[in-house]
Write a protein that binds this ligand. Sequence first.
Ligand code: M6R
Length: 611
Amino acid sequence: MCGIIGYAGPRKTSNVLLEGLRRLEYRGYDSAGIAVGGGANPSGQLRIVKSVGKISALKAAIPPDVDGVWGIGHTRWATHGGVTQTNAHPHTDNSGKIAVVHNGIIENHVALKTMLQKKGCVFKTETDSEVIPHLIAQYYKGDLLEAVKAAVQNLEGTYGIACIHADEPGRIVGARNGSPLIVGVGAGEIFLASDITAMVAYTDKVVYLNDGELVDLTPDSYSILDRDEQKVERPMNQITWELGSIEKGDFPCYMEKEIFEQPESIARALSGRIDMENATAKLGGLNLDRSRLLNVGRVKIIAAGTSWHAGLVGSYLLEQVARIPAQAELASEIRYKNPVVEKDSLWFTVSQSGETADSLFAMREVQRKGATVLGICNVVGSTIARESDGGIYVHSGPEIAVASTKAFTSQLAAFYLFTLLSARMRHMSREEGQRFAASLQSVPDLVAQTLKTRDLVQRIAKKYCRAANFLFLGRGILYPIALEGALKLKEISYIHAEGCSAGEMKHGPIALISPEVPSVFLVSDDYLREKTISNIREIKARGGPVIAVGVYGDSETENLVDAFIPVPKMDPRFYPFAMIVPLQLFAYFCALELGRDVDQPRNLAKSVTVE
Ligand code: M6R
């Protein structure tokens, strides 16, 4: 949550900050602000502009004369204190010379505030973050790095911080503990941000910071100190993102663009990883030798939200196809469950951003207990990717819309690859492996064909989007897809939706059925088809409208339901890839029809870096 950026260099600083914030806006969009110094501004003073709402509101609020040679900016997802201009960052000390932007939560802020008030500090905001500039001021004796170094010793909680002092032009000091922070290095200019997207327009050279580190920046230098205040020599990483990949192109929203990118993003996740000849998968980053892989007796998967749904699909697949017991756990639950780590277990953390606090902290907890954890991440160099013992990058490309779509199907691809590899090491024959690999290879094409249902889904969404409640139902490997369909609908359209196992319906949810509550069914053509059709009949018998996503040519289902969305016929184990697509489109068109902000739905943020 929250995006921070710092910049020092020859460009118009306010523009660089605004542009960076615009790209970080998916991390939070309650309010925003910048602090700049130097240039035409009076020397020894910072200019601060804040506004409630999106970056466009901040842009409009910045007077033309606010510029400088260095500065910091913030886009907020409120945790402590309401959404007001005063609570927007940057925050300052009482002299107004120290300005700080913060992402994270300072857990001991009440005690610190009391202590600082006793020393005469006057607080203006309701935020936890405001203690930081006041603390820095207590230690400031002409050297910002030394003051920040001392101040962070007092902080408990999580933080990614960027600080500037009016009397030290061009200098930015950053500190990281639990919230991401990345340095961008340009020619005679320097960036500090929560995410690469903020600086990809200016530089492709980045340096990742680790927890407990401080960084001292000038336009021409970066210097990193570790927890023990020792200087760290860390080489730069070259990033390969292109600016076009974080632009909307011809699409009205990032979400639609990302839904339509799925044939290519899944193909990228699979690229070079299917060994047809040997009917297996090649996953170079696992860092596990053959005997360790062969001796995996149980797979445990940690994740949140959509990534958890991908993990659930993975758990069904691993049990059914690779015959390895597997369980997907909610990160926010398992962290506090005192989890048992069995010797032969292999753990996965699934995360698009690689920064989700619940997932990261749960992963660290099981690592402390001796677990080997593999990451399934999209963002290269993210904290989960770096701290896991190995893993699979899904290569979806930047996912900007808050509602995750293409990352989900790429996470599925990672699980299908790992399942193929594991199954082939165990009971799966070469012939069977080749069939599985060929089906996997054909997924991008099948998803491209499914995308042709766009206009049909739009018409169905128009018809049903005024309903106040929806049920999404599926069985077996399609049960997680029902959960994901419901999550997509609620997060962007604000319609209440419940995902439910179709078999579980009669144990309670069926009480909700009425002509006003549509049900969305996922109907495979496998051994569960007949049972699912019986569940549809039970709903129809009670007057509930039914929309079904089913297999092309399934006229029995088509004739039974009120609206039918066909996907191409395929190996039933692969329907999760195809059947999620109409559900993504359905949520998207319902939200559009209702006039929602599809890419930045209320109350949400893309990367949830607080617990
Ligand atoms: O970055 P992560 O995959 O770890 O994020 C996990 C969830 O916060 C995320 O999937 C969330 O549920 C999305 N908004 C779903 O669309």
